[in-house]
Design a protein around this ligand. Structure first.
Ligand SMILES: *Cc1c(COP(=O)(O)O)cnc(C)c1O
Length: 395
């Protein structure tokens, strides 16, 4: 229990270390811009990579869903909230990704919590990448399994941990597909090999990969589909989660797994059972969004062209991290300096958030630039020039 005067000093301490957080109030969104404090800024802070949150055919689909089912979710999935529309999205997803079964959660956070706490138990061993998303870490802690974190993408360290543990049967490897603050990809082929070799489950949270990676946008498994370890793999041991809040442009998450796991979740997962089902109308929008993602290769091409353009235009290459995705952080490191640069960009009409600890490790504060199909080539050039100029003056 925290005491009132402890709260004061805790907040003061955050302020002193440039780590205090405030919410910005957004009063409008239109194409590539957001309105903050009465000013329209070019938005480089959204996960709406394909611009689908603004798509008019998706809006229409959601409205048709509202006309059929009404505004709300009305009840949990196990009571009367599970509609034909929800069922249909699960079916489309398992077919698209190529799994036996799929289940819908109301958010990515809940999906991670709901799955990991259901399959990992007290006597389980969980091996997690050090840079996994906070929701995965929370899920691992809440599961009460033994939570072992290996250095980021260090497959040798992971194998050493797995090796030490030959007798124990219950093993789960947990990873982001695309790491959310760096934009780099998990080494999925190697992780699958290790999962197979050491008889472990592999949980992949592909929040930032779905819609972006793979030739038809079906995420990181499709991206690596030509690798031998993936071609041969039975998906029995893989659990694949995509969120609907990022490239899909709506909200919620879908988990693909074998049927036994999905049945267990329906019966045991508290994060699945004790919450209201997502508004059914959204399923109509998600269906339309899935269609666009599968067919519209030009959207993905546009985003990846922007990514290459941005990387080429940044003068100080040492600020860039190794990322082919729309997540293009610039590693400034110092929290105070990062905030200052973010403010200067804001004055030029460019909204780029400063990401600081505890979201990222200490001394790795960064400007997290997100690139979207809503941007124009001019937006990308303007941002790169502004960053080049500001960084040069700061050094
Ligand atoms: C955003 C994100 C989540 C959470 O998804 P929500 O639908 O926003 O709750 C989970 N995992 C990763 C890697 C994310 O980036």
């Amino acid at each position: 229990m925290i005491l009132l005067d402890e709260i004061d000093s805790s907040l003061k301490d955050l302020k002193k270390r440039s780590l205090i957080r405030k919410r910005v109030v957004v009063s409008g969104r239109k194409k590539n811009k957001i309105k903050i404090n009465g000013r329209w800024l070019i938005n480089f802070a959204s996960n709406d990579y394909l611009g689908l949150s603004q798509n008019s055919s998706i809006k229409k689909a959601i409205i048709s869903g509202i006309n059929k089912y009404g505004n709300g979710g009305s009840s949990s999935h196990l009571v009367s909230g599970h509609t034909e529309a929800h069922q249909n999205i699960e079916k489309i997803t398992k077919n698209n990704i190529g799994f036996a079964s799929s289940i819908l959660f109301s958010s990515g956070y809940l999906a991670n919590l709901g799955i990991i706490t259901t399959i990992a138990e007290k006597d389980s061993f969980i091996y997690a990448d050090k840079l996994n998303h906070a929701s995965l870490n929370d899920a691992c802690i809440l599961s009460r399994g033994k939570f072992i974190r290996f250095p980021h993408s260090d497959m040798v360290a992971l194998e050493n941990h797995l090796k030490k543990n030959k007798i124990k049967k219950k093993k789960l490897i947990v990873t982001d597909g695309v790491f959310s603050m760096d934009g780099d990809l998990a080494n999925i082929p190697e992780l699958i090999k290790l999962a197979k070799k050491y008889d472990a489950y592999l949980y992949i949270d592909d929040a930032h990969g779905y819609g972006i990676l793979g030739k038809s946008g079906q995420g990181i498994l499709e991206h690596f589909e030509k690798k031998d370890s993936i071609k041969k793999i039975s998906k029995e041991r893989i659990i694949y989660t995509l969120t609907l809040s990022k490239a899909v442009g709506i909200s919620g998450a879908l988990v693909c797994a074998n049927k036994k796991i999905v049945d267990l979740v329906i019966n045991k997962s508290r994060a699945y059972i004790y919450t209201t089902a997502e508004q059914p109308a959204l399923m109509y929008g998600i269906k339309r969004s899935f269609e666009i993602i599968k067919k519209n290769h030009s959207l993905r091409k546009k985003v990846s062209d922007y990514v290459y353009l941005f990387r080429r235009l940044i003068n100080q290459k040492n600020l860039l991290v190794d990322s082919i995705t729309p997540i293009q952080p610039l590693l400034i490191k110092d929290a105070k300096k990062t905030i200052k640069i973010s403010k200067l960009l804001n004055e030029l009409g460019l909204y780029v958030p400063a990401i600081r600890p505890p979201t990222v490790p200490i001394d790795s504060s960064r400007l997290r630039v997100s690139i979207s199909a809503l941007h124009s080539e001019g937006d990308i050039k303007k941002l790169a020039q502004a960053i080049n100029e500001i960084v040069k003056n700061e050094n």
